[in-house]
Design a protein around this ligand. Structure first.
Ligand code: C2O
Ligand code: CU
Ligand code: CU
Length: 458
């Protein structure tokens, strides 16, 4: 009976859905952004209260919005009974401000950072980065957006009314048991591919509904899942334009019908809803994540701009230093270059302001993506794509297995999905000194040691 009721509740939520909540903008007080890491209580399904984690709220975080050129000050107070850290994913800042595993915030203490924003407009994010505990802390709710504006983003004719036609989508998945209680698995065989959920969650809500204006809407999409790569598309197969990658605008909008987004990656897209007469779903494969229902209101932006950003001019890379990273192993043995993360070992020493090429290989055997989805044999063998992330930089993808990168990944990136058997070459440059991480952004892989440290200095 109970299960039936829960099932009903579940169906109820699934078929009607709540209105998509928009993470509120965090207001500065006396020039300071205050984040408080708190324990929350939250219901993903009616009547099933979960203990969650959030920044200034029960789940997720408020959106921090800054401008290029700003000096930003953030105070993070940890009110939990456990350690945490806050990492600014995608931001170029010095090592001690990066919020990696070395910048532990003890319970009851406040971590204060102050840094200038020196990079172009982009949708970044923040999340904990505690050694071996990143997965569970993000899973319980810790993740927020960090948006940078600049003159270009202000002057482009793009939807920019936050929460109205400029919509953040934090896409995640979580696993619920038959009682609809949240589960986090830890047995090796259950998390070989990382912690995969069975329910999609957007901005903290199961299958929400959003009513876009009948014009062009911009979505800033973050894959904030622990492990799942989403292949996003609309149920009516409508096309859309990708306008930005992890670290900024593309040169021009790229027309697409689907968007593969790995954990840690972001993309901004423009979707024209002028022709929306009935509901349409944003899906991952057959799975509906978000339901869009037309609204009786035009939006101001009618057209998609032709140009977005300066032409990308890559320097001559032929004489640059190359550094090699091989991701291998499976389950508890995942590693990079045969080594697992050690806080006391620095794996690479890199020179400040000297561009170089990072050659990143996923050494598991190649198998088609379809074979991967079911898990089973291929994943047991460790044949899974790994999203490789580097701190303190926005890089360019130079090639994939020697071939030019896809058109939609020619903007700045900080996370790149590397398929089994694939090698990507990345043009990286570090403008800030200190100690930083590179790792797989499947958080259970990171927690199991698929991470290394590099030091940047003159
Ligand atoms: Cu988004 Cu080192 O992480
Ligand atoms: Cu990062
Ligand atoms: Cu991985």
């Amino acid at each position: 009976m109970k299960i039936l009721v829960l099932l009903f509740l579940c169906l109820f939520k699934m078929s009607f859905g709540e209105i998509l909540p928009i993470p509120p903008l965090l207001e500065e007080k006396d020039g300071v952004f205050n984040l408080k890491v708190i324990e929350g209580e939250y219901e993903f399904f009616d009547g099933t209260e979960e203990s969650t984690l959030g920044y200034n709220g029960n789940i997720l975080g408020q959106t921090i919005r800054v401008k290029k050129g700003d000096m930003v000050e953030i105070h993070v107070n940890n009110s939990l009974k456990e350690d945490t850290t806050v990492h600014w994913h995608g931001l170029r800042v010095i090592g001690i401000m990066d919020g990696g595993p070395h910048q532990v915030i003890k319970p009851g203490t406040t971590w204060k950072v102050r840094f200038p924003i020196e990079q172009e407009a982009a949708t970044l994010w923040y999340h904990p980065h505690l050694l071996h505990k990143t997965g569970i802390q993000v899973y319980k709710g810790l993740a927020g957006l960090f948006i940078i504006d600049d003159e270009r983003s202000d002057s482009l004719n793009l939807p920019k009314n936050y929460g109205v036609d400029d919509i953040p989508l934090i896409i995640q998945d979580k696993r619920f048991d038959s009682q609809m209680k949240l589960e986090y698995l830890t047995r090796n065989e259950d998390i070989i591919n990382g912690m995969l959920g069975n329910v999609g969650i957007i901005n903290g809500v199961v299958d929400p509904t959003f009513k876009p204006q009948l014009g062009v809407t911009r979505f800033r999409i973050l894959n904030g899942a622990n492990a799942r790569t989403f292949n996003l598309a609309f149920s009516d197969n409508r096309s859309f334009y990708q306008i930005a990658t992890d670290g900024g605008f593309l040169e021009k909008p790229i027309r697409r019908k689907s968007l593969l987004l790995a954990p840690g990656e972001r993309a901004e897209i423009l979707v024209d809803f002028k022709s929306l007469n009935e509901k349409v779903e944003l899906r991952d494969g057959d799975y509906s994540l978000l339901t869009l229902i037309p609204k009786d209101e035009e939006s101001k932006v009618e057209k998609v701009p032709k140009m977005l950003n300066q032409k990308v001019k890559l320097p001559d890379t032929s004489k640059m230093k190359k550094r090699y990273f091989v991701m291998q192993g499976s389950g508890r043995t995942v590693n990079i270059n045969g080594k697992q993360m050690d806080m006391d070992r620095i794996d690479e020493y890199v020179k400040l302001n000297e561009p170089e090429i990072w050659v990143v290989t996923n050494a598991s055997h190649h198998m088609g993506r379809d074979m991967m989805m079911g898990g089973g044999m291929s994943s047991m063998m460790g044949n899974i794509p790994h999203p490789f992330h580097i701190h303190n930089t926005q890089f360019r993808i130079l090639n994939r297995n020697g071939r030019p990168p896809y058109k939609w990944e020619r903007g700045y990136k900080d996370t790149v999905l590397v398929d089994p058997g694939e090698t990507v070459e990345l043009l990286v440059e570090f403008r800030h000194a200190g100690l930083f991480m590179y790792h797989c952004h499947i958080l259970e892989h990171e927690d199991m040691g698929m991470m290394g440290q590099f030091n940047v200095s003159k």
